[in-house]
Design a protein around this ligand. Structure first.
Ligand code: GAL
Length: 391
């Protein structure tokens, strides 16, 4: 199937982990609608690991845990669809899921058929406990072939954490999304580590094969399965800005039944979501003074500087521009300077940009071909920039 834009939704793992059940899933579907998240575009409700029993049934099929899902999975799926939402599930390319439950290796066709019968629209497919004798690209091809033949459109979300050079082979497998790194947790350390390598992954992304930077931690505030120290509001806003700009799926990870106003306002900002969902997925590129203007030609994992400035050309000719300060000091006019010639708009064109800050609504016209900002530690500015004739 063709996936044109990154999926928006909610996933159970970050908050609930092992504690997943029917009530949580169905209430989260209700909440997606009641809070306006669905109206803003969030449509997938995804059950992650730990939904099943430790053994397959006598018929060889995966069996939902009857305590967690007393009415079975089809019941939950029907409920989610009755709300106009889409339904996602989880399995793994190995013998076991990461939490040790049965997984799909050598059962790909049976499991794809089961997921199709259950009305699944999205499959997250992990990489734990896989046979070391079979390369990752073949494991993902096995499930991709089964899904493509299961009679239902199912978004195939690969989760091999960027390992074994995923970025080099993922597009040939048929996966629609691919996890670029190991797991996020709810702390600035984790957010910074993932942010530093974000630019590396997006070079290998495209429409129908979007880079998945992992589920969101916005609004977790240290609570739940991957809750650690928690982050400040500024840090959560930086997180959402970067993930949106890079074209990552935006899968909410907090307990949305108990979401604070800041989190809701962040997650539903229409201008930020419009950047994420722009129909042209032109790759974001780093134009910070610390970055190298010549694209890398090798395939090593590259880290940006601590002040990346990512730019993305949008379908209507605007630019999305994010200036990030991942360091512990305020940025200055040298390390956070946007030079218009680096995005293809030199002074000789007679053009410049109006930068509209999508968080504050403030507008500023770039003068003299350069715009500098002083950005607080762990904060960012995100703009939608319109091209105008120089005033
Ligand atoms: C990890 C994966 C997480 C979560 C977890 C479940 O491998 O990256 O996102 O799905 O497994 O056990």
């Amino acid at each position: 199937m063709l996936l044109k834009t990154p999926p928006l939704g909610w996933n159970s793992w970050n908050t609930f982990g092992e504690e997943i059940n029917e009530t949580v899933v169905m209430q989260s579907a209700d909440t997606l609608i009641e809070t306006g998240l669905a109206a803003a575009g969030y449509e997938y409700i995804v059950i992650d690991d730990c939904w099943l029993l430790r053994e397959r049934g006598e018929d060889g099929r995966l069996v939902p845990d009857p305590v967690k899902f007393p009415h079975g999975i089809r019941y939950v799926s029907d409920y989610i669809h009755s709300k106009g939402l889409k339904f996602g599930m989880y399995s793994c390319a190995g013998y076991h899921t990461c939490a040790g439950y049965p997984a799909s290796f050598d059962h790909e066709w049976t499991d794809a058929a089961t997921f199709a019968e259950w009305g699944v629209d999205y499959l997250k497919y992990d990489y734990c406990f896989h046979p070391k004798t079979i390369p990752g690209h073949i494991l993902y091809k096995r499930m991709a072939a089964a899904l493509a033949n299961c009679g239902r459109d199912i978004v195939f979300s690969a989760c091999s954490w960027g390992s074994d050079m995923t970025k080099l082979w993922i597009k040939e497998t048929g996966a629609n999304l691919w996890r670029t790194t190991g797991d996020i947790n709810d702390s600035w350390q984790s957010l910074k580590a993932l942010s530093l390598v974000a630019g590396d992954a997006v070079r290998f992304g495209s429409i129908n094969c979007f880079p998945d930077m992992d589920m969101l931690i916005n609004g977790m505030h240290g609570k739940g399965n991957v809750g650690l120290a928690g982050c400040t509001d500024e840090e959560y806003r930086l997180h959402f800005s970067l993930w949106a700009l890079m074209g990552s799926p935006l899968m909410i990870g907090c307990d949305i039944r108990d979401m604070d106003d800041f989190t809701k306002a962040t997650l539903t900002n229409p201008e930020v979501l419009a950047i994420n969902q722009d129909p042209d997925y032109n790759q974001p590129f780093d134009v910070s003074p610390e970055s190298d203007p010549i694209p890398w030609t090798d395939t090593e994992l590259h880290s940006s500087g601590e002040h990346p400035i990512y730019v993305r050309l949008l379908s209507d000719g605007d630019f999305a521009i994010g200036m990030f300060n991942l360091s512990d000091q305020p940025s200055n006019r040298w390390n956070t300077a946007l030079q218009l010639d680096r995005i293809g708009l030199p002074e000789t064109t007679g053009k410049t940009l109006v930068l509209r800050d999508v968080w504050t609504g403030e507008e500023v016209i770039v003068k003299g071909g350069i715009f500098s900002a002083v950005i607080a530690p762990h904060a960012c500015r995100l703009f939608r920039a319109r091209v105008i004739d120089k005033p």
